[in-house]
Design a protein around this ligand. Structure first.
Ligand code: BGC
Length: 754
């Protein structure tokens, strides 16, 4: 194995930038290969021309799995892992050592252009789902690149905007998905974000790339830049960035910087050694020859993943499923009209660097034909911006009139959602909504099948559909998956990974969205998504965690017990009370203790489990809550705190459907905040040793050894209470300094005795 000390400075420098847009640089003299790395994240996007960064769509065929917008609604980490394994196999076949994904940035605002590529508005969910991609891919000896580290939550001005975020919001919202995945799955690589975080570019942010990522979380892999995110190679290298992508062909500058001392040679060694280690990890898989993945097997995985990505938002009169569960035969006699161009031309992935060239493509029409379903089709509208025509409307209405049920395939056209820009509104295209209204007039039995990468405005149009399937973007097998759900061959089990606001103006980040003057302030702090809606009782169209099933479930016998000073276990029994096998997602939210000294959301997701329960059967689930489930980030103490107190633990089936709420006492962590001159008088009185110091000070006041505190002067008493003790001279003049000093010394002496 090649060690960094075998390399010349020039060779070491060469390892810290790519050979071209999609390869590491080899060191041929020592047999270090220049393996390939490429996008990601929901399938392999390997460009046919290996050097042209702009040849976005000319890529080798690969399975297009549902993008994160869909997969995240599965709440099924095992399924995500299976997808990861399949992606890893495709990388082996295509000689790709590292696939660029998953992206786990928080959906701060549903308008975010890459919402379709990101997992959730909730960091716990994002981390616990996306970790499956990392585990799955890496189980095949292929690397992943967790991206974009950190705070790439919008596309507007993404290459240079300065995201200004409090440390608490970073620690509680924007970093935990990264942290969880780093700690549990060690992604081989991490990709830094383009944007600045609190004034420092992601590529140069030593606090992020070295102190937090490696120092605190124990990251062992390498950090690469997002494509073109490096502006000062020496600064990036010193900050802990191993690899610049694509290369700027400036390795000679690194050599000079080492020679003139701007880059310590040990730092270059560390960064280059990381690259050598990475290449070694990939070697076994890259040396496999002749491996061919099974396209059909992967298509079937994509289909199952798509089934579980679908969220049933509404199902009035039990309109769905169309059959009784046995497919087309059972639906016989039901005349179905499929209306909407999306049924023929599916929207199955988002635009930009994640665009995959699928191995196979099944539209809803293909899937219906495949299963021999009896249906008519009318495109209803075009996907471009052209005006609606009377012919299209008339044809759609005629089809609707002649049918028992209308499946209305609607959504956002491709041009509305992509990497590179944010949406400016949540509205669905007007011509689709007008047609839907007209269709529902002639036939009220409408099933709306929605294709979109992030939340859309649901009102008032949703009144025109009795049933709604939110199908997100479902990848290449989406058509089959939708048909499976429509006919009851699959039972919807998806749950929303993001809230659907009634109006985008309700979103807490709107006051600072998308910023301006190259700055965006995350003024809403930790109150992102449901954390805000639920805390401030703001109505939503559909809450976080919501989704219906063809089954019905009850949740009973909830038990909550503390398992330590800062941990607990929750158990519950889930019973499927219907005649259909199905899955429910048990969600555990924690209510903060009222002893918490900072504002916290009314509840936060801290555990979940998807349970498959056969008709009429019950399953007992048990979910462990660790200390992070109860902790908040203390800006004052610079760390996580679990205060002693009564916490609430909710078992729920959405953030608004709480089945049970139990309270439980926790002893809390053993953190002790030392008092100092900035502690106030009240804090001294509340502290065991501080109170002794106060008592001794009062005693000395009575004997005249120290100035006396006027106990009958309410004004002084109140003022003192919240006054840092270093302000004593304000009330007691020069003598006040003796009081400050006495309190500090006496407190220290009492502490020393303890
Ligand atoms: C995107 C990354 C992507 C890279 C390579 C960048 O513009 O932000 O997510 O992996 O391009 O295509």
């Amino acid at each position: 194995m090649v060690n960094v000390h075998d390399l010349t400075v020039e060779e070491k420098a060469s390892l810290t930038s790519g050979g071209d847009a999609w390869h590491f640089q080899p060191v041929e003299r020592l047999g270090v290969p220049g393996y390939m790395l490429t996008d990601g994240p929901h399938g392999l996007r390997k460009e046919k021309s290996e050097t042209a960064a702009l040849d976005m769509k000319n890529t080798v065929p690969a399975t297009c799995f549902p993008p994160a917008a869909g997969m995240s609604s599965s709440w099924n980490p095992d399924l995500v892992r299976e997808v990861g394994v399949a992606m890893g196999e495709e990388c082996i076949q295509e000689d790709v050592a590292v696939i660029l994904g998953p992206g786990v940035n928080i959906k701060r605002n549903p308008l975010g252009g890459r919402s379709f590529e990101y997992w959730s508005e909730d960091p716990f969910l994002a981390g616990h789902e996306a970790v499956g991609i990392v585990e799955g891919v890496q189980s095949q000896g292929i690397g992943t690149s967790l991206k974009h580290f950190a705070a790439n939550n919008q596309e507007t001005d993404r290459l240079r905007i300065d995201a200004r975020i409090s440390e608490r919001a970073l620690r509680e919202i924007y970093l935990p998905a990264f942290e969880h995945i780093v700690k549990t799955a060690q992604p081989w690589t991490i990709m830094c974000a383009y944007n600045q975080l609190n004034g420092v570019f992601g590529s140069e942010n030593r606090w992020l790339l070295t102190d937090v990522l490696r120092g605190e979380w124990g990251f062992e892999g390498i950090v690469m830049s997002d494509w073109g995110a490096v502006h000062d190679r020496a600064a990036s290298l010193n900050a802990g960035l191993n690899l610049e992508m694509p290369p700027s062909y400036t390795d000679d500058e690194i050599v000079v910087a080492v020679k003139d001392g701007r880059i310590p040679e040990e730092q270059l060694d560390r960064m280059a050694q990381g690259m050598l280690d990475l290449v070694e990890k990939a070697r076994e898989a890259m040396e496999r020859e002749g491996f061919v993945f099974d396209k059909d097997v992967h298509h079937r995985i994509a289909r199952r993943a798509a089934q579980e990505s679908i969220v049933m938002l509404k199902n009035e009169d039990g309109l769905l499923p169309l059959g009784a569960g046995d497919g087309a035969e059972a639906a016989e006699g039901v005349r179905v009209a499929v209306i909407g161009e999306f049924a023929r031309t599916p929207r199955y992935q988002g635009g930009g660097s994640s665009h995959i060239n699928p191995t196979k493509m099944t539209s809803l029409l293909d899937a219906l034909e495949e299963r021999g379903a009896d249906f008519t089709f009318a495109p209803g509208f075009t996907l471009d911006r052209s005006e609606q025509t009377d012919e299209l409307t008339a044809e759609a209405l005629a089809a609707a009139r002649a049918a028992d049920v209308v499946v209305f395939a609607m959504g956002l056209p491709e041009e509305e959602e992509s990497e590179g820009f944010d949406r400016t509104h949540l509205d669905m295209p007007a011509k689709q909504l007008e047609l839907l209204a007209a269709v529902s007039e002639v036939n009220p039995n409408v099933v709306a099948v929605l294709s979109n990468g992030s939340a859309v405005q649901m009102n008032p149009w949703q009144e025109n559909a009795k049933a709604i399937l939110e199908t997100w973007l479902l990848g290449q097998a989406g058509g089959s998956a939708v048909a499976d759900i429509l006919f009851g061959d699959a039972n919807p089990s998806g749950k929303l990974a993001q809230s659907f606001p009634l109006d985008i103006k309700d979103d807490p980040s709107m006051v600072n969205w998308p910023g301006g003057d190259r700055v965006v302030d995350y003024g809403e702090g930790i109150f992102v998504g449901y954390r805000y809606y639920d805390t401030f009782d703001v109505d939503v169209a559909y809450p976080f965690g919501y989704g219906l099933s063809y089954s019905t479930f009850t949740v009973s016998d909830v038990a909550v017990e503390a398992t330590g000073a800062t941990s607990a276990r929750v158990s519950a029994t889930v019973t499927n009370t219907s005649a259909v096998d199905g899955a429910e997602v048990i969600q555990v939210y924690v209510n903060p203790a009222d002893t918490t000294p900072v504002q916290r959301p009314v509840h936060e997701l801290k555990g979940f489990q998807k349970v498959f329960v056969k008709a009429g059967e019950s399953v007992r689930v048990s979910i462990d809550l660790d200390d992070r489930a109860f902790a908040y980030w203390s800006e004052k103490d610079g760390g996580w705190r679990v205060v002693a107190g009564e916490y609430g633990v909710e078992v729920a089936t959405s953030s608004r459907d709480i089945v049970s709420r139990e309270t439980m006492s926790l002893a809390g962590d053993d953190f002790y905040a030392e008092l100092n001159e900035w502690s106030n008088y009240g804090e001294f009185k509340a502290d065991t040793w501080g109170a002794l110091a106060v008592q001794h000070m009062l005693e000395k006041g009575a004997t005249g050894e120290l100035p006396a505190i006027p106990e009958d002067n309410l004004g002084v008493q109140l003022f003192m209470e919240t006054m840092p003790i270093n302000s004593m001279p304000v009330l007691f003049g020069k003598e006040g300094r003796r009081l400050t000093q006495f309190l500090l010394e006496d407190y220290a002496a009492e502490r020393a005795k303890a």
